[in-house]
Design a protein around this ligand. Structure first.
Ligand code: SF4
Length: 428
């Protein structure tokens, strides 16, 4: 297909596709899906080989947010039955982080619900970062605390934070339909503050909120303009008790096309498969590894992911490898730019970054403070999982019918009841 050949050539050269080309990827047919994955996979391998970076979420403070983000179970007025607790103590957070690191995570994402941190909150997070770094040598730390005020990004950087996450989530045009208590411009400003402080920026999106293809392309192009090192892609988990509870409109094929489009537009950036992967990609998750180079290990902020061991098995079975701590995530040109040493923009293709700057060149950040239901970030709790939508059939051996594309899969959504904020061991 000419379109795919063109996109591969551009991706290998780090050249921006046109909007029409990005829209055309989203419009490809199911017959062309494997060709789309194969093409975007070539770009992924050029810049990141077959490595998969593992990230681990620690929800420092859960629920009771005064903001009204429609997709979020922690929002004002949320009826979702999620865990609610105030700030974890530094040693509690460090213990949770250590479980993720022991499971293979090289980055820990510290997330707290709320509009943004007070200076006292930044003090708490500073102590938490210090505790985690002291007890987990070499680990990268990303903070995700909401909108930042003047000077807070610098303080987090001085405390040892490597990255800051704040997602754009959706297009500027539709942002007001998703959230009314802050603006798209507020979000852009926070990402820019993080970058100005020398933090590796992580900023992504949530798909599946009823947006159009144009909205998706708009937000991904806006992200490309912002130039974060990491782009988490969340797929909405429509939790009961949130305004978007009925928005079950993704299929595994649609998710793969979206991930391929993001890879073509942001070829050399850490593209992270975040919340909703188990719920929406289901048995197609391994194909997504050909497109993304980063995932979350284990559970999300307010929902449970598949077992950490299942994540590791999936990576190995699909022929990929977990990225080790001695490896820099980003391609050399981006890692050098982040450390202030070189050009991070257009240029000749370089090696996929097996070596490089050791400091905060890891790129990528947490999936989001505001990720979709399952992702990192205030997501939704769905209360108790509901029965499967497809009844077992037959009198003897229970048989399961196939689930129609785009059907609600509330059976795959479970509120997190273990790890941070509980007495139970975390899933990592
Ligand atoms: S996404 Fe963040 S700011 Fe928005 S309601 Fe949820 S916790 Fe609050």
């Amino acid at each position: 297909m000419d379109l795919l050949n063109t996109l591969v050539d551009k991706g290998l050269r780090r050249e921006l596709p046109t909007r029409e080309e990005a829209l055309a990827v989203l419009a490809t047919s199911d017959d062309d899906l494997l060709d789309v994955v194969a093409a975007a996979g070539k770009v992924r391998r050029q810049w990141f080989g077959r490595r998969v970076k593992l990230n681990y979420l620690v929800n420092l403070k859960s629920g009771l947010c005064p903001e009204d983000c429609s997709y979020c179970s922690q929002r004002l007025g949320s009826k979702a039955g999620i865990l609610k607790y105030t700030w974890l103590k530094p040693d509690e957070a460090s213990k949770a982080a250590a479980a993720g690191v022991a499971g293979g995570a090289k980055r820990v994402c510290l997330v707290a619900s709320g509009r943004g941190p007070t200076d006292r909150d930044v003090d708490r997070v500073t102590k938490t970062i210090e505790a985690i770094k002291e007890q987990n040598e070499g680990v990268e730390v990303c903070a995700c605390l909401g909108l930042l005020s003047d000077g807070q990004a610098d303080r987090l950087r001085s405390a040892g934070a490597d990255a800051y996450n704040h997602n754009l989530n959706t297009s500027e045009e539709t942002y007001g339909a998703i959230t009314t208590t802050h603006t798209y411009a507020d979000r852009v400003e926070t990402v820019q503050q993080a970058q100005a402080a020398g933090l590796s920026a992580c900023s992504g999106l949530i798909a599946g909120m009823g947006e159009s293809d144009k909205d998706l392309v708009d937000v991904v192009f806006a992200l490309r303009d912002l130039d974060p090192d990491s782009v988490p892609v969340n797929f909405l988990i429509p939790f009961e008790g949130t305004p978007l509870a009925k928005e079950w409109n993704l299929t595994p094929q649609r998710c793969l096309r979206i991930l391929a489009m993001v890879r073509f537009v942001c070829p050399d950036v850490e593209v992270r498969l975040a919340g909703g992967r188990e719920v929406h990609l289901r048995s197609m998750q391994p194909l997504a590894l050909h497109l993304v180079n980063s995932i979350f290990l284990g559970d999300y902020l307010t929902s449970e992911g598949q077992a950490g061991q299942a994540d590791l098995d999936m990576i190995a079975d699909a022929g990929f490898e977990v990225e080790g701590q001695g490896t820099t995530t980003l391609p050399r040109h981006r890692a050098d730019a982040l450390s202030g040493g070189g050009c991070g923009s257009q240029g000749a293709a370089e090696a996929s970054g097996a070596t490089g700057c050791g400091s905060h060149g890891g790129g990528g950040g947490c999936g989001s403070h505001e990720a979709s239901g399952g992702g990192c970030g205030p997501c939704g709790g769905h209360g108790e999982p509901e029965p499967a939508t497809v009844a077992d059939a037959g009198a003897g051996v229970p048989a399961r019918e196939s689930v129609p594309a785009g059907a609600a899969r509330t059976d795959l959504v479970a509120v997190r009841r273990r790890g941070a904020g509980t007495d139970l061991a975390p899933n990592a």
